[in-house]
Design a protein around this ligand. Structure first.
Ligand SMILES: Cc1cc2nc3c(=O)[nH]c(=O)nc-3n(C[C@H](O)[C@H](O)[C@H](O)COP(=O)(O)OP(=O)(O)OC[C@H]3O[C@@H](n4cnc5c(N)ncnc54)[C@H](O)[C@@H]3O)c2cc1C
Length: 390
């Protein structure tokens, strides 16, 4: 089918669209470097509301063409690349606040993260809430609150039958980090963070070993921290204006209303972390974006006791580790040369498929749903392998 015939037929939906070549190329890319695919969509479409999304899905089903949703394209794993062409659905015009109360907010999926989110990615100033829910996972705040989808109370989705479904409880994982393979999320109801003042400290360590020991103690004592992050001396060289430390920096952030007891924190000298915290958009992903043309990036999630060994291997590169309540260390690595992650790790991102990034129960939910409702594999094809045991 040529672009024009798709466009001709798509006109009947009355949804805004473009077949401009440059636009199709730009919209089919994200921040991935390891994927060399040049596939582009036949058409880019711009829904303004849920009714438009239903029309687009109905069109895709009638025409048997693939359909790939897109937020702001700041993912790092090729999630928005339409491997089999078809319709690329740009969600950024669906950006309305639907309702809000003291504890929750309901937003259209293309909305920016401009509310007090409990968990948010370093690139929160640029991304959409739907893109982060469908393509992200842990982030700032994960030490206290867990993964981003743990904060979601309800997700509305147009599923591969064209029906609007409201996912709640355990079913939220059908859409979370599914990259649109199970449907297009139209809105999310999420929990908000309380408006407490945040305090930040930076503990400094000459040796990685000592920093790791301090982190282990923090996990054992479980003080009420909001965020916990470790940066290498090399990383701070890339953000000199935020303070240059020739040491490992352990950033801890807590709510002033629940200051942790000193005995539960590292017994180590520390400095005020206000400047670093206020510039948290320049944590790892922000820095990577700034150095995008000369740097490569990879990330891996490992149990705490394996962290030190892996970091030692990469100690000359730029390292940052986010800690979450799942007791995994989420290690980000940036280098001037491609990083070949051949380590035997359960979770890593150097693969366009979501399989290596999710726990088995989560993946199984996505696969079951996809097998049941997307028999033609039209929803972001190529992003999930239907074999869970590989
Ligand atoms: C160096 C680096 C570090 C990063 N670190 C983190 C991190 O720590 N934590 C984290 O969570 N993220 C991280 N990211 C990834 C990225 O920043 C987030 O996932 C981001 O929130 C993506 O948002 P987006 O709007 O750009 O989504 P996109 O990139 O546009 O989309 C992401 C995926 O979601 C799908 N999608 C988008 N919208 C919808 C929808 N409405 N319905 C169904 N599917 C949809 C897309 O098809 C795609 O597969 C990092 C990225 C980089 C480059």
């Amino acid at each position: 089918m040529t672009d024009d015939t798709i466009a001709e037929r798509f006109k009947r939906t009355n949804v805004e669209y473009s077949t401009d070549l440059q636009e199709r190329i730009v919209k089919s890319r994200d921040l991935t470097k390891f994927v060399k695919s040049l596939s582009i969509p036949d058409i880019v479409v711009y829904p303004k509301n849920e009714e438009d999304v239903i029309k687009i899905v109905e069109f895709a089903l009638e025409e048997h063409v693939p359909i790939v949703p897109r937020g702001s394209g700041h993912g790092s794993v090729g999630g928005v690349i339409p491997l089999k062409g078809g319709i690329l659905v740009d969600m950024t015009r669906m950006n309305k606040r639907i309702e809000e109360d003291e504890d929750t907010i309901t937003l259209e999926a293309g909305s920016p993260i401009n509310f007090p989110a409990r968990v948010y990615p370093t690139l929160w100033k640029r991304v959409t809430i739907g893109g982060n829910f469908c393509g992200g996972s842990w982030g700032i705040g994960s030490y206290m609150y867990g993964i981003n989808w743990d904060q979601v109370i309800e997700a509305r989705m147009v599923n591969p039958l064209g029906s609007v479904v409201t996912l709640k409880g355990g079913d939220i994982k059908i859409a979370a980090h599914a990259e649109g393979t199970t449907g297009i999320v139209t809105s999310l109801k999420v929990l908000k963070k309380p408006g407490y003042r945040e305090e930040a400290r930076i503990y400094l360590f000459g040796r990685l070993k000592d920093a790791v020991r301090a982190i282990t103690k923090v996990y054992e004592e479980s003080p009420p921290l909001y965020h916990l992050l470790l940066r290498s001396p090399q990383m701070s060289r890339l953000t000199k204006h935020l303070g240059e430390f020739n040491k490992w920096q352990l950033l801890i952030v807590y709510f002033s209303e629940s200051e942790p007891e000193e005995k539960d924190l590292p017994r180590q000298s520390y400095v005020n972390g206000k400047v670093l915290w206020e510039n948290r958009d320049m944590f790892f992903a922000g820095v990577y974006l700034k150095h995008f043309n000369e740097m490569y990036y990879s990330t891996v999630h490992v149990e705490l006791d394996r962290m030190e060994g892996i970091m030692e291997k990469f100690k000359d590169e730029y390292l940052e580790v986010e800690f979450a309540n799942d007791r995994l260390a989420h290690i980000d690595i940036m280098s001037n040369r491609p990083i070949n992650f051949t380590l035997d790790n359960p979770f890593s991102v150097d693969d366009i498929k979501i399989n290596s990034r999710l726990r088995r129960d989560h993946l199984q939910k996505i696969i079951n749903y996809k097998k049941r409702y997307d028999k033609e594999d039209l929803f972001n094809p190529g992003k999930v392998s239907l074999e869970v045991f590989q």
